[in-house]
Design a binder for this molecule. Structure first.
Ligand code: C2G
Length: 129
């Protein structure tokens, strides 16, 4: 079984996220999503999520491409996760291009083109108009 992992906040889940998850799953048979906790988002990304970790987890678990959701609590857990979950392929959107190349010693690293013209930030801006 080929195992894939990806990381993110996935707040205000949208089709850009789904496109990423669908393509990530094509690299294997089992897709793990490491979902940023509320604390990690606030402390490390200065992001205030609209939906709580539990709600965002519930949404992700309902997606056909997703097999397991685990918490992302720190920037430096990736290497440990790759080992612990026997990951073959690490996938991220290409806004992170090159940032996680250190994982190449442990697994395949793939950066996928982001879906244009959609982001949680843009959604929030549009709703405020
Ligand atoms: N994404 C995408 N296209 C978009 C928006 C997002 O492909 N239009 C991808 C991002 O590149 C990322 C994933 O969807 O791979 C999740 O996006 P975010 O929730 O914004 O994730 P981010 O805040 O970048 O967190 O340790 C890594 C971080 O947790 C990544």
């Amino acid at each position: 079984m080929k195992r894939v992992i990806t990381y993110g906040t996935f707040d205000l889940l949208h089709y850009g996220h789904i496109n990423l998850l669908r393509r990530a799953k094509q690299y294997g048979d089992y897709l793990i999503v490491a979902l940023s906790t509320d604390e990690f988002n606030w402390n490390e990304k200065q992001k205030k999520c609209y939906f709580s970790y539990e709600k965002r987890k519930q949404l992700l678990e309902a997606i056909r491409y997703v097999d397991l959701v685990i918490p992302e609590e720190s920037w430096d857990q990736k290497s440990r996760d790759v080992k612990e979950y026997h990951v073959d392929t690490f996938v991220m959107g290409d806004d992170w291009e090159g940032k996680f190349d250190f994982l190449k010693e442990q697994c395949e690293v793939v950066y996928l083109p982001r879906t244009p013209e959609i982001s949680t930030t843009q959604i929030k801006k549009d709703l405020n108009q």
